[in-house]
Design a binder for this molecule. Structure first.
Ligand code: FMN
Length: 184
């Protein structure tokens, strides 16, 4: 791949929830996405990225536990009910978490590393022509998610990623120019 091809891949990646729930994501593709995620830089080689591959009825179980924790917090009923089935919207959900570090700064840097890993995963999904969307876990649902995903209770859930074949492209977005200062 040359730099122009890489730039095109990066520019083409969009958050897209218009995913065909009946589509298939091949196991070897999932493995490649996870390998890409693990290839992100991480300070002091702490290897903080944790992932859970959620398919089939487990997607519903994930939605149910998150919805229950939202209900326990007194979240709006409509939002809670929507959450129960929302992960059925794509054939594959990847939950990504960041491990606790030995210090606050290591925990923070671990999160940077995992965010970089998620972007690697998204770009790999894009290169395979999948649609994907990085979604934020519901507030207060960390414990419920780490439990259902078999993570450590101290892991911090960074994203719940929807992946599958696109039904439609994401609507166009204009990206502002980068705010940059050149010093010489
Ligand atoms: C940390 C993070 C959390 C996000 N959470 C959500 C979310 O909960 N729901 C959603 O629709 N998009 C979410 N997104 C996707 C953003 O909305 C999206 O990246 C942004 O609109 C820019 O669009 P693009 O990804 O197509 O460039 C999230 C993105 C990041 C980086």
């Amino acid at each position: 791949m040359n730099p122009d091809e890489l730039a095109a891949l990066i520019a083409t990646r969009r958050s897209n929830i218009l995913i065909d729930p009946a589509s298939e994501v091949k196991s070897e593709h999932i493995a490649q996405m996870l390998t890409a995620a693990q290839s992100a830089p991480n300070h002091k080689r702490t290897w903080p990225l944790r992932a859970a591959v959620v398919r089939g009825e487990s997607r519903r179980a994930l939605g149910e536990v998150i919805a229950d924790s939202m209900a326990a917090r007194g979240d709006d009923d409509a939002k809670v009910e929507k959450t129960r089935t929302k992960y059925m919207r794509s054939p594959l959900i990847v939950v990504v978490a960041s491990a606790l570090g030995d210090s606050d700064s290591e925990t923070e840097e671990n999160k940077y590393a995992v965010a970089a890993g998620i972007q690697n995963l998204l770009l790999t999904a894009e290169s395979m022509s999948y649609a994907a969307l990085w979604s934020t876990p519901a507030k207060g649902a960390n414990d419920a998610i780490t439990t259902v995903c078999g993570f450590e209770p101290t892991d911090h859930v960074m994203g719940i990623i929807y992946i599958g074949a696109p039904m439609k492209p994401a609507p166009d977005v204009e990206r502002p120019a980068v705010r940059v200062t050149y010093l010489q």
